[in-house]
Design a protein around this ligand. Structure first.
Ligand code: ADP
Ligand code: ADP
Length: 226
């Protein structure tokens, strides 16, 4: 599903955020992306979302080579990727329902389809009874679940999250991680950047660990294409 082959990312000004990165995440797997602040986690996620382009090497997502993808085809890639942010980026002048519906409206779905899909997504995150609320009236954990519903409402094959539990206490963080596991169980590929090592220590998924833009090898891990 995701393949990096000898990827380097150098920002303008010359700073090399990622160096010779090669790894492979098969479809339907769940992985954690860890590393210190500044290690390159967000940069790696941005390459997958085509918010940045690799300076050299190949990034292949869902069979598409992003390194040579023309700009007009970027929306097609993004439709297949759901993204969850730490600060969830919800709109506080709209209802929960409208926040979750947004990606479908942009994609041009019809009214009835939107209703069906939004309610299915809210049901998956346990917020069906909150659809008429303004997200500002919800707790932090609930707001993050609205963010997750919005990320999956399109049924993307790939779900990315950048520090999704950064603002939550341990109990709520564990619940959010459990939600991600449920998407993995229905075949979604999940990649979660986090520095909450305590939280993920007990979870049975492999880590991709970055140090100064390089993958730290852990025996038998993902550094070699599978
Ligand atoms: P992380 O998400 O692990 O904290 P980032 O990918 O955000 O790491 O950053 C990796 C490195 O790249 C950092 O040193 C950061 O300062 C640098 N960096 C990130 N974005 C840019 C940018 N747009 N321009 C220049 N340097 C950047
Ligand atoms: P369709 O809308 O294509 O008829 P369904 O609604 O029957 O598909 O979905 C089949 C199952 O797959 C659902 O139970 C749903 O939970 C699950 N599923 C597949 N992909 C995703 C995804 N990206 N996000 C959430 N659920 C998904």
């Amino acid at each position: 599903m995701i393949e990096f082959d000898q990827v380097c990312k150098r920002y303008e000004g010359g700073y090399e955020a990622l160096t010779n990165l090669s790894f492979h995440i098969p479809r339907g797997e769940m992985r954690f992306l860890t590393g210190h602040s500044g290690a390159g986690k967000s940069t790696l996620l941005k390459l997958i979302m085509v918010m940045e382009r690799a300076s050299s090497g190949q990034v292949i997502v869902g069979g598409r080579n992003l390194s040579s993808l023309p700009a007009r085809r970027i929306p097609e890639v993004r439709r297949d990727v759901g993204v969850v942010f730490q600060n969830h980026q919800l709109l506080f002048d709209r209802t929960v329902y409208d926040n979750v519906a947004l990606p479908l409206i942009i994609a041009g779905y019809g009214h009835r389809d939107i209703g069906r899909r939004v309610r299915a997504a809210l049901d998956k995150v346990g917020l069906l009874d909150k659809e008429r609320k303004n997200p500002i009236t919800l707790s932090g954990g609930e707001q993050q679940r609205v963010g997750i519903a919005r990320a999956v409402v399109n049924k993307p094959a790939l779900l990315l999250a950048d520090e999704p539990t950064g603002n939550l206490d341990p109990q709520l963080s564990a619940e959010i991680m459990h939600l991600f596991e449920q998407f993995k169980q229905v075949g979604v590929t999940v990649l979660i950047a986090t520095h909450d090592l305590g939280l993920i220590a007990r979870m049975p998924y492999r880590l991709l660990t970055l140090r100064n833009g390089q993958l730290v090898t852990r025996g038998g891990d993902d550094n070699v294409p599978e």
